[in-house]
Design a protein around this ligand. Sequence first.
Ligand SMILES: *Cc1c(COP(=O)(O)O)cnc(C)c1O
Length: 401
Amino acid sequence: MGVYEDLGLTPIINASGSVTRLGGAPMSREVLEAMTDAASESVPIEALQAKACTEIASFTGTEAGIVSAGAASALTLGAAAIMTGWDRGRMESLPQTDAFPNEFVVAREQRSGYDHAVRAAGARLVEVGFNEIVPGAGVRRTEAWEYEAAFGPNTVGVLYVFTPDSEPPLAEVVARAHMHNLPVLVDAAAELPPRSNLIDIPATGADLVAFSGGKSIRGPQSTGILAGRRELVGPAFAQLVDMDDHPALWDPPKELVDIERFEGGPPRHGVGRAHKVSKEEIVGLLTALRLFSAGAYDEEVAGYRPRLERIAGALESAPVTCTLHDRGDGESFPLLDISIDESAVGKTAFEVCESLRKGSPPIYAGHGKLAQGTLIVNPLHLDDASAGALAQRVREELGAS
Ligand SMILES: *Cc1c(COP(=O)(O)O)cnc(C)c1O
């Protein structure tokens, strides 16, 4: 019996990848061992975050970095830092921000549920541009001048969500923002791989960049990275860490904080105190970041395509069309689309997806294309046995067994 069976739970086959609701990415043995070692002794968390700062800075080409409680946490901490700087009074008042600039300009087409993390710090989002391609009412994307036109006395920064086809390009938005001395906070949570993005996204001049630690880096699920300018990472750090030290003994790490900035004593617990990160998680994330940056997962990734091809092969006689999507860059995961001939099967892809979840073993396929009659198979958590079980269950559901 495993720990989940002891709790009366049945482990599932995860064909959805590193999604949070299914527990994130698989951690390597090195990461788990490092976390076990980290648990056996105590160190000051601030000193550990200072070591993380140096490592993250070197892996991202930035001045500074901290380990946050996920990319969403990094967005809250980053937004907080941009609004407060080193001002203890402002730090104390978050998320109340009426008394100082609190507006982040964001492209309307880049809004998502994740920007709640920015608003949680007390920021207001001011939208620019339209989302006219989705309703079919036009063809133009957001344009850089629209950001500039929205800047005003209450503007404190820009929020930008990075994807390979985000428009306008990040570098253009950074240039416009910097002309007005406004910082740019980037959500790049899921933009690894390619691992070159660790360097390339900050290299646009963006002031703060958030990456997930629990996606392709394969660190602890509840970790993230906030990297960028020390002048902003420092205040983010000060609003994350536990402040219940003796004010006269508090000795923050020089990598992150110039103590003169807090003349008169340290700030109190900040808005990020609820985002605390454990020593085990910090060590786990750093270990995973080293592995990811060194290409340690590439060999495993090379085995994903043949495994997905075997699933497609096992479905050859079933009423489906299988399509493999593979960027072929040696880092990104291939994905398998299983498009169901719904009229031949007499079931919709939604019904098949639901039956797979409720069946034995429970299987969670990617649900992003159900409306188009398609199940998506993400190979990150699959081995030969679970891939075989998945193919078998899909055949059964399609009456092809
Ligand atoms: C996954 C994701 C997040 C949240 O990342 P966590 O590390 O789970 O907090 C934020 N933004 C985008 C675009 C994401 O894909």
